[in-house]
Write a protein that binds this ligand. Structure first.
Ligand code: UD1
Ligand code: F6R
Length: 361
């Protein structure tokens, strides 16, 4: 059942190239237009959203509601959804959404993300939003689950069963599903066409890039040995990688793709999350907030992972690295393969973790 892996979490992490393909299968058309044939353009078609697409495009705001890792997926995908749809996108932790009795209007679109499709707070948020007249979409991995049945429409991830307690491959498929939804909703926008086509091109390369990043597994085991006695770990990210920082802090094991592809820190025991199991205190921090508190914690004893991939946040992350080094921080920098700019920091005692592939800007 575990196919040679030590535990299901590890197996499911390594299934990501395939689960990502399954999420796209039959839904993404990658072809570039043939000369003289305007119909073969790259496009996304999510069967579950065809009927309600026009209503979503006209809505006042889109609210993404979820718990835990599914919430991190919402955070990772929000920028693309906002960029493609030009509609305000709000993020809601389901428990807080309910505690506040968040105002919901009939022209809102609420999207509920859940791997299992059964999480109590997310389900109760769905009941609440539905009772207030919003259009309710589900993004779930479980066909026939309560959320899948109760939403007006939605998208199944098709990522395959997730048996490990900590969510892994569903996280990357959730980011992918929201991205696909954004691409489909922007289908008629001429001004977004080039950007849309380039994202679709990148999606075609995604499984391969995840596969090559997973080859960092061995290097990550060595790193885990080094960090196993740490009392605390911080993860700094910004832009897309704020979600990566939060998710990395939650998981011992694997981090990557803006969000997902990594291969990772082996926990002290065979169970999965840093906070829950490895018992190392860890925090994901928005790098833009560094000066407003977290910097005071930094010294040579606190290991910090900085995610500084080649995207729109690169320059700002370089400045974060310099400020952390000025306080003698012990840094592990996650950057792109062959990033010459980051090489200089090796001579200043930083360790580079180099992920494959170009990042979205
Ligand atoms: C569907 C079929 C798939 C078939 C394909 C061929 C199912 C489950 N899927 O996939 O087997 O190969 O058509 O055209 O039969 N939905 C919700 N809430 C959710 C998730 C989904 O209401 O949280 C609804 C969707 O709106 C849709 C239906 O469930 O009406 C199936 O969703 P999905 O599996 O994503 O649709 P397709 O990819 O079109
Ligand atoms: C952490 C983890 C949890 C779930 C959360 C929501 O690794 O797995 O944080 O993400 O309980 O579960 P779903 O997605 O099933 O609603």
């Amino acid at each position: 059942m575990k196919g040679g892996y030590d535990h299901f979490m590890q197996k499911e992490i390594h299934e990501q190239p395939e689960s990502l393909l399954q999420t796209m299968r039959g839904r993404v058309q990658f072809q570039r237009p043939a000369v003289g044939n305007p119909y073969l353009t790259p496009r996304v078609k999510l069967g579950g959203l065809v009927e309600h697409g026009a209503t979503v495009r006209r809505c006042r705001r889109i609210m993404l509601v979820a718990c835990g890792t599914s919430f991190h997926a919402c955070l990772a995908a929000r920028k693309t959804l906002e960029e493609m749809c030009e509609v305000p996108v709000m993020l809601e932790l389901a428990s807080d959404f309910l505690d506040r009795r968040c105002p919901i209007f009939r022209d809102d679109t609420c999207v509920f993300l859940s791997q299992s499709g059964e999480t109590a707070d997310t389900l109760r948020s769905l009941e609440y939003a539905k009772a207030h007249g919003a259009l309710c979409l589900g993004i779930t991995n479980t066909v026939g689950s309560a959320i899948s049945r109760m939403t007006h429409c939605g998208v199944h991830l098709n990522a395959g069963y997730e048996i490990g307690v900590a969510s892994t491959k569903a996280y990357t498929s959730q980011i992918l599903a929201v991205t696909m939804m954004a691409l489909q909703l922007a289908e008629d926008s001429i001004s977004k066409r080039d950007r849309r086509d380039s994202i679709i091109d990148e999606l075609g390369q995604l499984p391969g890039k995840v596969r090559s990043t997973l080859m960092l597994d061995g290097a990550m085991k060595e790193l885990a040995e080094e960090l196993r006695n740490a009392h605390s770990l911080l993860f700094f990210g910004r832009g897309y990688n704020y979600a990566t920082a939060l998710e990395a802090a939650l998981k011992a094991g694997y981090w990557g793709l803006h969000g997902a592809c990594g291969a990772g820190l082996r926990p002290r025991c065979s169970l999965p999350t840093i906070k829950e199991v490895a018992l190392i205190h860890s925090e994901g921090i928005l790098a833009g907030e560094m000066k407003h508190g977290p910097l005071a914690l930094v010294d040579e004893h606190l290991p910090i992972v900085v995610i500084a991939t080649r995207d729109g946040m690169y320059k700002k992350m370089e400045s974060v690295i310099q400020q952390l080094l000025a306080r003698n921080a012990q840094l592990y920098i996650v950057c792109n393969e062959n990033d010459e700019g980051m090489k200089q920091y090796e001579s200043r005692g930083c360790k580079l973790i180099q992920a494959s592939g170009k990042s979205l800007s």
